[in-house]
Write a protein that binds this ligand. Structure first.
Ligand SMILES: [Zn+2]
Length: 473
């Protein structure tokens, strides 16, 4: 006979908030769907190591779905996209309700921390008989994590005549890779005494690029010349072409299952391609959305959403204005009003409690890996500085939506108060007037070359974004 629950136990069950682990809660079918979903996500990660590659892969995914490029000439259709300078993309589906009732938008970012190549990068170090490339890191990285790992080189070189040359070296079978060689422990006595953030000077991030001299004794820098010659033969470029190039170094390894039970997925660039992929899939697979639904994959979040491809640019607002005009309204009259009626999820990752450094998290308010997509009311640092801080009314709405649809979700903030902090795109979107809240899977090892997410959280994010678009009550 089952033991009767005590009154207090029943009361505790009724009144207390408890996080639920996805795998504990999910039935077999849901678990299998989650695992299959992550297999496709793994392919997206491997194909999209830079913002340009993500846009390419995204265009591939929507190409058979009836999506048309939205231009001034567009006369009909219900599904649209627009690409901005090959580095970001907005995709929309018109809803059952006219756009004048407002829209639903999920914004994420497709740039990830990395190391860029400088504009005049190649030099030869005769003391070591190697040629190297000067670099400049992009976004918040811990430099020591990028030493002594294989790196792939991706990017675009624009020649003086406008011709574009694509470079992708390091990820294909048989490709060479590149690396920053670290100091051997035997000679690290001084380095060991430095602070962790000073142990690797940014100027020391010089990439090993070549080592074989060009066979001609008349030439001074033979190794450098040999490298230039290879680049010229293979890509038709010269040294000056580096000036108008965007070349990025990213880890030269692919996404891998992590753990004996394969519950986690490790990869470069989960932040924030995990939200890009899940929101895109949610948009593509949502049943006819009630409101006009938009996915925006932004660039430059890792350096403050700056520039004409970042979320602070007018691109997304222009796209929305175009949708309003297309729907038969005058956007110059209606845009502001429609923005105020709209709702946005700022889809970005949060920091799951890392068991190796659990002292920096406040356990009750930090997200746990595997316990669902994380809703974050506020981000920021030092007294919520730079935070969006979503209104309680909107938090309640999202909470109700997710609960009614049985989404595995958790509330979560980034670390203890005054331990550090961070920001997202949320605050830039909120400036236009809509309701905005942060919502994305939690990760271990954020901004490292190998970030880790729970496959359950990835799937929960997808389901959460889908019900947001479907507005399923
Ligand atoms: Zn991010």
């Amino acid at each position: 006979m089952a033991k009767k629950k005590s009154k207090g136990k029943k009361l505790a069950e009724k009144l207390s908030y408890k996080k639920k682990n996805f795998w504990e809660k999910a039935d077999q079918a849901l678990k299998e769907s989650a695992l299959a979903f992550n297999d496709d996500y793994r392919d997206y990660l491997n194909a999209g190591k830079t913002e340009r590659k993500v846009v390419e892969k995204t265009l591939n995914m929507i190409k058979d779905g009836g999506y048309d490029e939205l231009t001034d000439q567009t006369e009909n259709g219900k599904k649209f996209y627009k690409v901005n300078r090959k580095k970001n993309i907005a995709i929309a589906r018109l809803g059952k309700k006219d756009i004048s009732h407002g829209f639903r938008l999920i914004v994420s970012h497709i740039d990830s921390p990395r190391i860029d190549i400088k504009q005049m990068p190649l030099f030869e170090d005769s003391s070591a008989d190697v040629s190297l490339l000067y670099t400049h890191y992009y976004g918040g990285i811990k430099k020591y994590q990028w030493m002594a790992i294989p790196l792939a080189l991706y990017g675009t070189v624009i020649k003086e005549n406008g011709e574009s040359v694509e470079i992708e070296i390091g990820d294909k079978e048989g490709d060479p890779v590149f690396t920053f060689s670290d100091l051997l422990p035997h000679l690290s006595a001084k380095q060991y005494k430095k602070k962790l953030n000073e142990a690797i000077d940014a100027q020391k991030l010089r990439l090993t690029f070549g080592s074989i001299p060009y066979p001609d004794d008349e030439v001074k820098e033979k190794i450098k010349l040999n490298c230039l010659n290879i680049l010229n033969e293979r890509y038709g470029i010269e040294e000056e072409d580096f000036i108008s190039a965007e070349l990025e170094l990213v880890p030269a390894f692919s996404a891998k299952d992590v753990g004996i039970d394969r519950g986690l997925l490790g990869s470069y660039g989960h932040d924030d391609r995990v939200c890009a992929y899940t929101s895109l899939k949610a948009l593509l697979e949502a049943e006819q959305p009630e409101y006009t639904s938009i996915v925006f994959l932004a660039d430059k979040e890792e350096i403050g959403s700056e520039g004409n491809t970042g979320a602070k640019s007018n691109f997304i607002i222009d796209f929305i204005a175009d949708l309003i005009d297309f729907s038969g309204h005058n956007s110059s009259e209606k845009l502001r009003k429609i923005l105020r009626k709209s709702k946005i999820l700022s889809a970005d990752v949060n920091a799951a409690i890392n068991p190796l450094f659990s002292e920096v998290y406040e356990k009750q308010n930090a997200p746990k890996i595997g316990c669902g997509v994380t809703v974050t009311k506020f981000t920021g640092a030092r007294g919520k500085g730079g935070a969006n801080d979503a209104n309680a009314e909107f938090v309640a709405e999202i909470r109700a939506l997710f609960n009614k649809n049985d989404i595995n979700w958790q509330i979560g903030e980034i670390g203890k108060v005054d331990e550090g902090g961070g920001g997202t795109i949320a605050k830039f979107m909120a400036e236009y007037g809509p309701d905005v809240i942060d919502c994305g899977p939690p990760v271990h090892g954020m901004h490292s070359p190998f970030e880790v997410v729970s496959k359950g959280d990835v799937y929960s994010a997808y389901l959460a974004y889908k019900v947001f678009f479907e507005n399923r009550k």
